[in-house]
Design a protein around this ligand. Sequence first.
Ligand code: WQD
Length: 339
Amino acid sequence: MIKRVLVTGGAGFIGSHIVADLCEKGYEPIVLDNFSNSSPKIIPVLEKICSKKLELVQIDIKDKEKLFNFFKSASVDAVIHLAAYKAVGESVEKPLKYYENNISGLVNLLLAMQEHKVKNFIFSSSATVYGDAKVVPIPENSPISAANPYGRTKLMSEEILKDTAFSDKDLSIIALRYFNPIGAHKSADIGELPSGIPNNLFPYIAQVALGKLPHLNVFGNDYDTPDGTCIRDYIHILDIASGHTAALEKIASGFKGFDVYNLGTGIGYSVLDIVNAFKKASGIDLPVKPAARRAGDVPRSCANPDKANKELNWKAKYNLEEMCKDGWAWYKKHPEGFV
Ligand code: WQD
């Protein structure tokens, strides 16, 4: 029986939506976070959404001793692991920061689980491991590679998990490869923190719409795509969250071993599609400027979601209009995030 689920990075954008979904589905989530890329001010908001007090553990996964001590008295049934650094550009400048946190942190967590016989693990992986895929929509058995240290930490983490599952037949490990999560909770009270100058498209558009940035730079309009701009598989954060509880249910139904699933819609949208959908959802006419291509961008990335649809009994259900409407509702209601 899986009841108490540790969500590492549970105060973050994706983690908090998973915590909310777990509560809704009757699980008992425990939020582990060091707040290096999130705010403790989200906790009371999340408790209001969950209509209950949440167990909060402020631990850095690099602190092996604290992690072991937590597991000693915690009686955790499963772990959903999101705590990781994820800025592609920063990972190129500071690779060791990424390997220490994303790899050593993962190993610390797995050792603590092994010590305390916790056998169920869901890992936050990324479509970034597909690189410039030759087959789009991309199936899980597509060749994987990484073009930057961040992507390499995801690739290596999956290999570590595969080896660990092979070494203990009683383990259940599922890696979920996220495509491009956007949107926010229907309450508009949790969402992606508007901190600094965003790397990602949707939060950047939101800052332009809030008047905090002058215009959106479209990184390249001469790609081999219908409108010349890159295509991505944007997926509502609520669909990403429900994909995790679906994976938990698969484990609860007896799955053993290691497997990977894409969390995507299977529908690709270009940068200009997103700009137009945002304009429609917000009523704001965004100033947009063409700019040079961004290093590392691939022209097309879109999931083949068939395996998750079938084996996790999960399918993305929100469309692009809802992603933009819900995402904008959060930024409009909380332009400074959690204050
Ligand atoms: C989407 C498209 C940009 C900003 C990244 C990470 C990936 C994952 C998700 C963690 C691209 C274009 C963007 C802007 C633009 N993160 N763009 N102007 O690059 O698909 O994936 O986030 O797992 O690892 O690589 O998402 O939102 O950064 O970019 O034109 O100001 O929007 O060129 O084509 P991406 P993104």
